[in-house]
Design a protein. Structure first.
Length: 136
């Protein structure tokens, strides 16, 4: 039975499967982060910093990428500093602005996590492709 807006039973089934697949990946990711001693947010923050250009890697960028308030991102970055995963350095153009840098320890952890995440994404690719095809 199709709804007035053109969304039918098959669409709802595909949307439900999409949400389930996302949640399965999220659960996988959370478990892998925990195995290396990180919270999911800490892992996401490291990835956000690593994925940023050198002059973009700021607390504000972490807040934006993790969809969180700047003061919460500051606390998260502070905890990463205490763990020896992140350092702050003053930007050359504006010394009031702190740029975030990953430590060698953070690079090692992130490399390990990213490799297993990439493999899981490759494994899930056919499922997502099928879901996307169903949603047209």
């Amino acid at each position: 039975m199709a709804a007035e807006d053109g969304i039918g039973d098959a669409d709802y089934a595909a949307l439900a499967e999409f949400r389930h697949a996302i949640r399965r990946f999220q659960s996988f990711s959370e478990a892998r982060a925990g195995e290396v001693g990180l919270t999911p947010r800490q892992h996401q923050a490291l990835l956000a910093i690593r994925g940023s250009t050198l002059d973009e890697a700021t607390v504000g960028r972490v807040a934006e990428r993790l969809i969180m308030k700047p003061h919460s991102a500051t606390g998260l970055v502070n905890r990463l500093e205490v763990l020896g995963l992140v350092t702050r350095e003053a930007a050359t153009a504006d010394r009031r602005r702190a740029l975030l840098r990953l430590t060698p320890k953070a690079y090692r952890i992130l490399d390990e996590l990213s490799a297993v995440h990439r493999e899981e994404i490759r494994r899930l690719r056919p499922l997502f492709a099928e879901i996307f095809a169903q949603l047209g």
